[in-house]
Design a protein around this ligand. Structure first.
Ligand code: XMP
Length: 181
């Protein structure tokens, strides 16, 4: 375990097994369709790469650079589309993939944009969903794991840009958050 991590919440093996189930469910939803997968950068990169390799259906990958945390451990409350260029989504079947559903603002903003641009179907998949009241009315269609309302890192999720490469989901030591803040 990394020395900055206080405890592992979800280990690698458990994530792998859950991805098999998630991929099966996504397949059932989009079978026979050509899928556009919209990855929310940067947190969903690791999760998406592992999920998509389990999906043997025709799909394109597009990326959206969206920020709401701006380096801290609490949502800033504002969703910024840093780079919102997508090919036309009109009539498309779209799967939005994000690392974690927290306040719900990010997913709500992205889904709204996709519907407004004329997508035929928009579904969402998140690795983690925090058990808390959402600021925006949204829930994900496919969820890897429900977790408590605490700040987590690893498997794509960062603190101050670090820890995305940990192969598990973990909770940082309090003193590390203090030191890096
Ligand atoms: P909202 O609040 O819009 O948040 O649902 C979604 C985005 O916030 C970031 N986020 C976290 N990042 N550990 C992280 O490293 C966390 O516990 C956490 N909670 C939210 C993340 O970028 C997510 O896409």
């Amino acid at each position: 375990m990394h020395e900055d991590v206080e405890r592992v919440l979800i280990d690698e093996g458990v994530i792998e097994k859950r991805l098999d189930i998630l991929a099966e469910r996504v397949m059932r939803e989009f079978r026979g369709r050509e899928l556009m997968v919209v990855v929310i950068l940067k947190g969903a990169l690791v999760f998406t790469a592992d999920l998509l390799r389990r999906l043997p259906i025709p799909l394109e990958i597009e990326c959206l650079n969206v920020a709401s945390y701006h380096g801290g451990t609490e949502s800033s409350g504002q969703v910024d589309f840093l780079d919102a260029k997508l090919p036309p989504v009109e009539g498309r079947f779209v799967l939005v993939v994000d690392d974690i559903l927290d306040t719900g603002r990010t997913l709500a903003a992205v889904e709204k944009m996709l519907w407004e641009q004329g997508a035929q179907k928009v579904k969402s998949c998140v690795l983690l969903s925090k058990d808390k009241e959402r600021a925006a009315e949204v829930e994900a269609d496919f969820v890897g794991f429900g977790i408590g309302d605490e700040f987590v890192v690893g498997y794509g999720l960062d603190f101050q840009g670090l820890y995305r490469n940990l192969p598990y989901i973990g909770v940082l030591k309090e003193e590390v958050i203090g030191e890096l803040s």
